[in-house]
Design a protein around this ligand. Structure first.
Ligand code: ZN
Length: 303
C-alpha cells in the first residue's frame, strides 16, 4: 500500500515561520506522514510556491529549496529525496515541485537548473499571468506563450511532469497540443468543475483528456474547490471514477496552503480516516489506488 500526495505548501510555511519539516504545528510534517504510512510507502510532494507579486521569484524558489535541503541533510533517517527509481520503505519519499513558472524568470536554461536542484514537476502558472501563460483565476485567460510552449517541451525531454492546475482552459489545450499524443500530464491539485463550479477545477473534457493519457488528477481539500465535508471528497471521487478515472485519481491535498479544511479534517493526520471512507464507499482495491498507488504509478512512468 502507498500513501501519496502531490501537493502541499509546507516548505513556504516552515521557511517563513522558521519551523522544522520533521515536526511542526502546521497541517503537515514528516512524523505525521510516517505515522500514517506504518508499513505503507509514503510519497509527498513539496511545492516551492511563488506568489504572483514576488519581485524575485528565482531567488524565492532557491530559498525554499535551500530550506528543504537543510531539513533533508539533518533528517536523512526519515526523508528520501525521490528523483526517480525505487521508493524507500519506512521513509517519506519527498518530491520537489515548483508552483508558478515565474521562478524560471523567462529563461529556458532555468528548467535544467531546477531539474538539477531536484525539481520533478512544474505547475506552469499560479493565479494571474506569468511569462508562460495565464492562470484560470486573476489572469486574462490566454493560452501558453511561446516561452510556455518551450518550457513544456523542455520539461518533457528532461523528465519533469507538467502540471496544469491553476492554468487557464486555453493553456490546458496548449499543453495537450504541445506534448506528444498520449504523453501524460497532471492536474496535481484540482477537482471536478461539474461538482463544484470553480475555474480552479477541471471541465469534463479536461478530465477525459487526462484519463486518456493515463495522467493524474489530485483531489484538493480546499472547501471552495471541494465543498466543506468529507462527503464532498467522495462526491468528487465518484464523479471522476464515473468518467473512467480509476487509474488517474489521487490526492493533491494543498495542506499548509489552505486556511480552511473540510469538517473532520485537521491536517495530514486525518488521511487514514479519508482512506477508510474511500474504502467503505468504493472498496479496498479502488481506495488503494486513490490514496497512493495511482500517483506512484504516474511518477514512476513519467519521471
Ligand atoms: Zn495551488
Amino acid at each position: 500500500m502507498t500513501f501519496a500526495d502531490f501537493h502541499c505548501d509546507t516548505l513556504d510555511k516552515i521557511l517563513d515561520n522558521n519551523q522544522s519539516l520533521l515536526k511542526n504545528n502546521g497541517q503537515l510534517d514528516i512524523m505525521r506522514l510516517l505515522n500514517n504510512a506504518q508499513n505503507a510507502i509514503s510519497i509527498q510532494a513539496f511545492a516551492c510556491w511563488i506568489d504572483s507579486n514576488n519581485p524575485q521569484p528565482f531567488i524565492r524558489c532557491n530559498q525554499l529549496l535551500d530550506k528543504f535541503y537543510q531539513q533533508y541533510d539533518t533528517n536523512k533517517d526519515y526523508i528520501n529525496l525521490w528523483t526517480g527509481g525505487d521508493f524507500a520503505p519506512s521513509k517519506v519519499n519527498a518530491i520537489l515541485t515548483i508552483e508558478n513558472g515565474s521562478a524560471l524568470m523567462g529563461k529556458l536554461q532555468n528548467v535544467e537548473y531546477f531539474y538539477n536542484r531536484g525539481i520533478r514537476l512544474i505547475t506552469l502558472t499560479w493565479n494571474g499571468t506569468n511569462e508562460l501563460g495565464s492562470g484560470n483565476v486573476g489572469g486574462n485567460g490566454s493560452g501558453l506563450t511561446n516561452f510556455g510552449i518551450d518550457v513544456v517541451k523542455a520539461c518533457s525531454s528532461l523528465g519533469i511532469l507538467v502540471d496544469v492546475s491553476h492554468l487557464s482552459d486555453n493553456g490546458f489545450t496548449d499543453v495537450a497540443r504541445t506534448l506528444n499524443n498520449g504523453e501524460a500530464f497532471v492536474a496535481s491539485h484540482s477537482n471536478a468543475r461539474a461538482i463544484t463550479n470553480h475555474p480552479r477545477n477541471l471541465t469534463n473534457d479536461q478530465i477525459d483528456q487526462i484519463i486518456a493519457r493515463n495522467g493524474f488528477i489530485g483531489i484538493n481539500l480546499y472547501p471552495q474547490f471541494l465543498g466543506d465535508s468529507t462527503d464532498d471528497i467522495l462526491r468528487h471521487c465518484d464523479y471522476i471514477l464515473s468518467r473512467g478515472g480509476e487509474d488517474v485519481l489521487g490526492f493533491g491535498t494543498d495542506f499548509d496552503g489552505i486556511e480552511q479544511m473540510p469538517k473532520g479534517i485537521n491536517g495530514v493526520e486525518d488521511m487514514p480516516k479519508v482512506y477508510r471512507l474511500l474504502s467503505n464507499e468504493f472498496g479496498a482495491k479502488i481506495a488503494d489506488k486513490i490514496i497512493g498507488d495511482n500517483l506512484k504509478r504516474v511518477i514512476k512512468e513519467s519521471i
